[in-house]
Ligand binder design. Sequence first.
Ligand code: SF4
Length: 366
Amino acid sequence: MTKLEQLLGSCITDPCHLPDDAGITEKEKEMLSAIAKRYPISIPPYYLSLIDPKDKDDPIRKLCLPSASEQASEGTEDTSGESHNTVLTGVQHKYAQTVLVLTTNRCAMYCRHCFRKRMVGYRNEEILDQIMGVRNYVMHHPEVNNVLLSGGDAFLNENEIIREYLDHLTDLDNLDYIRFGTRTPVVLPMRIYEDEELLSLLKTYSAKKQIIIVTHFDHPRELTPQARMAVQALLEAGCPVRNQTVLLKGVNDDPTVLASLLNGLVGIGVLPYYVFQCRPARGVMTQFQVPLLRGAQIVDKAKEALSGQAKAFRYALSHPLGKVEILGLLGNEMLFKFHQAKDPKNAGRIFTMKVKEDQCWLDDLQ
Ligand code: SF4
């Protein structure tokens, strides 16, 4: 059994096995079990230990334990048009410079706000098992200058698979850098700092081609000494670490909490680069979406407490048309700007739209 398999073997995947000291009643476990039949759970013991068992509204609890609102029917399955951007099984090419590879469907933790809810925990055609296919595709598309290895969680691949990807991609001249999308520094940091083999191969290949780690911290209580050790190990292996946060109701929709997270990230060596508007994904939006007007106010207020490094991010939403930055209010309209556009004619386009108090997404706007 590999080290990774051992770590994953300890994750709790059945609500009935939640420990008594997690503060979950037997009745709650029954409810959680019913939801987990539709949307699976997986919680590493480390992450479970971050829950405050006395607080039923604990943000860490909301991030890892199901809630009844996941059964709500509102929302869609594919919020950013991934199916239209798929060029090979598990390979998406939405923006000219970037190829996104869904390398695995596995995650150490199944985050309750995951927009790929339809995907995690199941095998399906979006999972790539043809590394050579990615290589060939990138070779034949000289406009591509970076590959994002994502999932699921790219560090949930065994080290041998990670090595294969790096071996086949780091010698491609048109690539400037390779990114790994992973939440392991947050939910399973020992997967990184205890694994000399993983760190060694990252060090070896980052000497050939820049490797960047894109991670996903959502709350300041996730910034633990263990998370810091994982980040430091990645930095020592030559891999800068950047963060994307999702603005989530009941988790970080408070300027003080958001500022504490973003300042704290810089303090452990992570540069914040996106705060994302939560997508209208089924099983997610009802519980977690924050209205756009409120989101802009929270972000602006948080910025008052941020250093320049900590505000090196964009507040944006990822839409089928592209990544759209939410700039704020101009009179009674909201100002948006295309940060990345699927259609080049939208590149850099600035537009305004009227917003209502409860509107949470671009499609809601008039
Ligand atoms: S680690 Fe990422 S892909 Fe996996 S469940 Fe969490 S948010 Fe979704």
